[in-house]
Design a protein around this ligand. Structure first.
Ligand code: ATP
Ligand code: VIB
Length: 320
């Protein structure tokens, strides 16, 4: 609220008065279906538009895991990513996605990385004969997803240019190189296709990696995409989750998932906004919530939180 007043020399002054509302613990407010949420100051901004249309000079990577490629806008997404990696059997999925060699040739990944227990021989040979680099990493103490995430960091650190791929030892060379990189480089947006909603151990491993990303792969900001959802980490603090392009996420169902441990949450822009709300996997969890903010919603959390947002393909197909 702004108050204007004049002093005795007739100069106009204004003062802003902020009303700070404090809510009781575990409060829920039910909102209308579409509400305006003001842009906050000093929040971490998570821009959902960059998932389908990454900012071009920005470092980014697409990782295809060994699950069928189910997102409907896959070909558009493909065009937007600079570095494309198939994790082991993920290359079979990319190969099988196309029915003609002509289309396959126009969609070559940069690398195929893994222990190669699932990569079919014919697929390996075909991609190698078209110039795709394959990097065998046979260690059974890291998953192919681990190896790919580490590789993305060493690639953008510049190590891969200065090092012939053949010189990476084929047991755990990527992990060894990764241990040498700078901890704080520039941010890299990574979109991971698959890894969630198939085998349960893989799913939990994927969530575990997400929760450990700031420790293990601090330069990466990762989004998992499945046929139904976008899943990513909301870091501790105040966050503004924004979607300015054609309101692509307004109306989507979402879940605030305390998978890293108990959290206390306050939100603005959800159908059921929570205030000072204690959430834990053994206690209350806000699932089947809905985004009602017209172009953003806010989450304040005292610890990292996993967020899932349902994908509405009618809306996201508007992304060019
Ligand atoms: N059924 C699945 N559900 C979810 N994610 C999967 C599934 N299968 C594979 N993935 C993901 O794709 C990656 C590459 O798949 P691949 O089948 O080559 O895995 P893998 O590491 O050999 O697994 P495993 O030996 O446990 O079957 C895995 O590391 C995992 O992240
Ligand atoms: C305690 C422990 N549990 C499981 C595995 C097995 N493992 C973990 S990652 C991986 C590679 C999958 O491609 C395999 C086989 C292990 N090594 N150590």
């Amino acid at each position: 609220m702004r108050l204007n007043y004049f002093n005795n020399l007739n100069n106009e002054y204004s003062i802003d008065i902020y009303l700070i509302m404090t809510f009781p613990k575990n409060h829920v407010i039910e909102n209308e279906e579409k509400i305006r949420v003001q842009k906050p100051q000093g929040s971490n901004v998570v821009n959902l538009d960059i998932v389908f249309n990454p900012i071009s000079p920005h470092n980014n990577a697409l990782i295809i895991l060994n699950q069928s490629i189910s997102i409907v806008n896959f070909l558009k997404v493909w065009e937007h990513y600079r570095l494309k990696i198939c994790a082991d059997g993920g290359a079979n999925r990319l190969f099988d996605f196309f029915s003609k060699d002509e289309d396959r040739k126009n969609h070559l990944p940069d690398y195929i990385i893994g222990d190669f227990d699932s990569l079919r021989d014919d697929v390996k040979r075909w991609y190698e004969s078209h110039g795709v680099k394959t990097i065998k990493q046979s260690t059974q103490y890291a998953t192919d997803l681990n190896k790919c995430l580490d590789f993305v960091e060493i690639y953008y650190d510049g190590m891969v240019n200065s090092l012939a791929i053949e010189n990476i030892n084929d047991y755990d060379g990527i992990l060894k190189l990764h241990a040498q990189i700078k901890r704080k480089g520039s941010k890299i947006d990574v979109l991971i296709l698959g890894g969630i909603d198939g085998r349960f151990d893989h799913t939990i491993h994927s969530i575990s990696l997400l929760l450990k990303l700031s420790d293990l792969n601090p330069n990466l900001s990762a989004f998992f995409i499945t046929f139904t959802d976008l899943i990513f980490l909301i870091p501790k603090g105040s966050n503004s989750i924004e979607f300015n392009t054609i309101q692509s996420f307004h109306g989507s169902n979402c879940g605030l998932l305390p998978l890293g441990g108990p959290v206390v949450l306050s939100t603005s822009g959800l159908k059921w906004d929570v205030k000072n709300w204690e959430s834990s996997i053994k206690g209350a969890v806000s699932s089947s919530n809905r985004i009602v903010g017209d172009s953003r919603f806010l989450i304040n959390t005292n610890d990292d939180l996993v967020l899932s947002i349902e994908l509405d393909y009618d809306k996201i197909s508007n992304y060019e």
